[in-house]
Design a protein around this ligand. Structure first.
Ligand code: NAP
Ligand code: ZN
Length: 352
């Protein structure tokens, strides 16, 4: 074991602050990574504040962060795909059983024995796993991704969660040229959803509660932008969408969006608000619509997404911050005041 620097919270009401954590020495299958950038996902905030307590209660201290890009510093003797000096990335998963039907099909994100990057039982050291708000991490090679060399590492980090979480359902639901696609909530996930849907050739409509984001939405690839509080504007699109991706972090009326779907249209939830919400049966019955969910993506698909981003030069729009600004960044996230992902420059942690 060795000591690593990290930022952790010790309770649901504590700010994140500097601490020391233990990391395992890399075993033969492991890759040790010096972290360069870590994105801030709203899931970090949900879990730091124990907002998902019924499903996955937070174990404190928590070190969040699952959008990690860094430089390989050491590899185990059985590692074949990485060597020291390589640029590498880690997302929301650091382990799974590798034997269940989901793992065999490349859907590690559905494995019942998965290990999440943070707040998940740590099979090696006991306690829970610690995430990317840290100067280094040690991860089994299977869960380490390659980052195309043309991508800026600060903007590539958010691809590891916001990227794959939006890429995967857009692919699954066949978003291509000729489809009308809505993206609800122009935050970290939403803005990646817009970039991918646009790159896949769809007609993209953004729904936002923030009038000030309209110009950005168009620049990011939207064909139309609707301020969702304008009911007349919303009504014009009733029954017209093939697919809607809902990436809102807070409670809202999903029926409003279901009613915009056309025949056999689908709305996929990726946003994970704290409280359950009501769905009117009629929103689904009329139009034979469906409502579904999606969680990140498997390792194979995550690499496919990164490679797609390499070819199409897609990264997140990031505001790079030092780790010392992380608590302020959380408050801004709650005000929907981020354009469009915070990416923490981890060199700021090394100087502490
Ligand atoms: P984010 O950057 O904070 O973006 C959320 C956006 O939702 C905001 O920018 C805002 O967009 C909109 N919004 C916020 N409050 C709202 C309200 N009261 N009513 C309507 N819209 C509101 O968050 P994120 O990191 O993209 O994450 C979004 C959600 O996805 C979170 O719940 C997160 O935990 C979840 N998530 C799920 C997965 C998965 O695998 N399914 C993976 C990662 C994250 P506008 O300003 O445009 O309205
Ligand atoms: Zn995330």
């Amino acid at each position: 074991m060795y000591n690593a620097k990290a930022y952790s919270a010790t309770s649901s009401i504590s700010p994140l602050a500097l601490t020391n954590i233990k990391r395992r020495d890399p075993n033969e299958y492991d890759v040790q990574i010096q972290i360069l950038f870590c994105g801030i996902c709203h899931s970090d905030l949900h879990q730091v504040r124990n907002e998902w307590s019924t499903l996955m209660p937070t174990v404190y201290p928590i070190v969040p962060g699952h959008e990690i890009v860094g430089r390989v510093t050491k590899v185990g003797s059985a590692v074949t795909r990485f060597k020291p000096g390589d640029l590498a990335a880690v997302g929301c998963l650091v382990d799974s059983d590798g034997t269940c039907p989901h793992c065999k099909d490349g859907f590690e994100q559905l494995c019942p024995n998965q290990t999440l990057t943070f707040n998940s039982p740590d099979k090696h050291l006991g306690g829970v796993t610690y995430g990317g708000y840290s100067d280094s991490i040690v991860v089994n090679e299977h869960f380490v991704l390659r980052v195309p060399s043309n991508l800026n590492p600060a903007g590539a980090a958010p691809l590891l969660c916001a990227g794959i979480t939006t890429y995967s359902p857009l692919r699954r639901w066949g978003v291509t040229r000729g489809k009308k696609v809505g993206v609800v909530g122009l935050g970290g996930l939403g803005h990646m959803g817009v970039k991918f849907a646009h790159a896949f050739g769809a007609h993209v409509v953004v729904f936002t509660t923030s009038p000030g984001k309209q110009e950005d939405a168009l620049r990011l690839g939207a064909d139309e932008v609707i301020v969702s509080r304008n009911t007349d504007e919303m009504q014009k699109h009733a029954g017209s969408f093939d697919f809607i991706l809902d990436a809102v972090s807070a409670n809202h009326d999903v029926n409003t969006y279901l009613n915009l779907l056309g025949r056999d249209g689908n709305l996929t939830l990726v946003g994970a608000p704290e409280k359950p919400f009501a769905v009117s049966a009629f929103s689904l019955i009329f139009g034979c619509r469906s409502l579904s969910g999606s969680t990140i993506g498997g390792i194979r698909e995550t690499q496919e997404m990164l490679d797609f981003c390499g070819v199409h030069n897609i990264t997140a729009d990031v505001e790079v911050i030092p780790i010392q600004k992380v608590n302020e960044a959380y408050e801004r996230l709650l005000r929907s005041d981020v354009k469009y992902r915070f990416s923490i420059d981890m060199t700021s942690l090394r100087s502490e």
